[in-house]
Design a protein around this ligand. Structure first.
Ligand SMILES: *Cc1c(COP(=O)(O)O)cnc(C)c1O
Ligand code: SF4
Length: 354
């Protein structure tokens, strides 16, 4: 087990609706997103029952999950096609036997993030910006994620770690932009987020706050009125980078969440990972860009997958990736084409491939 706290806190009152917003005293009903998070699917058998898949799929998933167990919120599951073991959304979350065989070159920390820690919970690799690891927890476990191997607890990702990270940000005026990352920073509840954003805003040298989150996609109910108000209150527009890899991830609930975020005047971007068997075709990438633009999100990055153990089956050859981007450029407005990038340890920025 490497992610330190993937289990949400116990739910005291299942069924709490949006009306729970605004009264969050201890013992009060939790918000809908917290209930939905607690009800996320964790059992491969249940996943297969819900999707009408063969029990052998569940047996393999149980064997392959290792220290990074299945975790899928139901709003994401509802976007999958029933009965298709190769569904591109399912493929992102279903543990497969191939994860257990990793070729040489696929390692635990391909980005050498552990070496780039400027303080507990603070990763500073590039000039002007730093990543604050606000939590180790995610609402979904993406099989291709390098964070599956990241020892959050050992790197100060905790309340005490956040305090140390904030002190390091305040002491380094070169950090103009703070990127809330993790894990998923929007898993902090609104009280903790209010506190964290307040402390960041109080640091005069920080002029921009960016949030990297998959929640508007996998758990759109997280975009509460209180969250939107919190973002709208920032002295500058927030930059919110969501993470969708396939157009089917972006249904009406996701579009509504994005629209609510935009009402805070946040700048909305998407980062995707290029994944074999998920989105490594021209029609899917074209569909993703079109859908993002239709709901008001600009495609920002298309990442080549990081070479982390257990993820080699997602790899897409660089030449193929470049060909896909070249074709996209012919079919889409320039602003609809994401930058194809790879992260290379030691470089001064992400490396643009095309
Ligand atoms: C990706 C990343 C950033 C942000 O890079 P941008 O190119 O500005 O999006 C910052 N810090 C770290 C450690 C990163 O991995
Ligand atoms: S890709 Fe993002 S949401 Fe998915 S497991 Fe990794 S950090 Fe969490």
């Amino acid at each position: 087990m490497t992610l330190d706290s993937t289990q949400p806190e116990p739910v005291s009152a299942p069924g709490a609706g949006p009306s729970a917003e605004g009264r969050r005293e201890r013992g009060a009903p939790r918000e809908r997103w917290q209930v939905e998070l607690a009800e996320a699917v964790r059992d491969p058998g249940e996943l297969c029952r819900l999707l009408g898949l063969d029990a052998t799929v569940a047996a393999e998933a149980r064997r392959a999950a290792g220290g990074f167990p299945l975790l899928v919120p139901r709003p994401f599951l509802e976007r999958m096609a029933a009965g298709d073991p190769h569904d591109p959304l399912l493929r992102q979350v279903l543990p497969l036997g191939v994860e257990l065989v990793s070729p040489p070159g696929w390692v635990a920390d391909p980005l050498e993030e552990a070496a780039a820690l400027a303080a507990p919970g603070l990763v500073k690799k590039y000039d002007g910006r730093a990543l604050l690891l606000a939590t180790g927890a995610c609402a979904v476990h993406c099989r291709y994620c390098f964070r599956r191997e990241f020892p959050y607890a050992g790197h100060g990702v905790s309340s005490a770690g956040t305090a140390a990270a904030l002190a390091a940000i305040a002491a380094d005026p070169s950090i103009r932009e703070v990127i809330l990352s993790g894990g998923d920073p929007l898993l902090l509840d609104d009280d903790r987020l209010t506190d964290l954003l307040g402390q960041l805003v109080a640091i005069s040298t920080v002029t921009r706050i960016r949030i990297h989150t998959r929640l508007p996609v996998v758990l759109p109910s997280r975009v509460t009125r209180r969250l939107v108000a919190l973002l709208a209150d920032l002295p500058h527009p927030a930059v919110i980078v969501i993470h969708a890899n396939h157009p089917a991830e972006l249904g009406p609930d996701q579009a509504a969440a994005v629209r609510d975020l935009a009402s805070s005047r946040a700048i909305l971007l998407n980062q995707a990972v290029l994944l074999a068997g998920v989105n490594d075709t021209l029609p899917v990438l074209l569909g993703l860009s079109e859908r993002l633009l239709a709901i008001g999100v600009l495609p920002y990055y298309l990442h080549l997958p990081d070479r982390v153990v257990g993820t080699a089956h997602f790899d897409v050859p660089e030449e193929k990736a470049v060909g896909l981007i070249d074709s996209l450029r012919q079919k889409l407005s320039g602003y609809g084409v994401p930058r194809l990038v790879r992260e290379v340890p030691g470089e001064a920025s992400k490396v643009t491939i095309a």
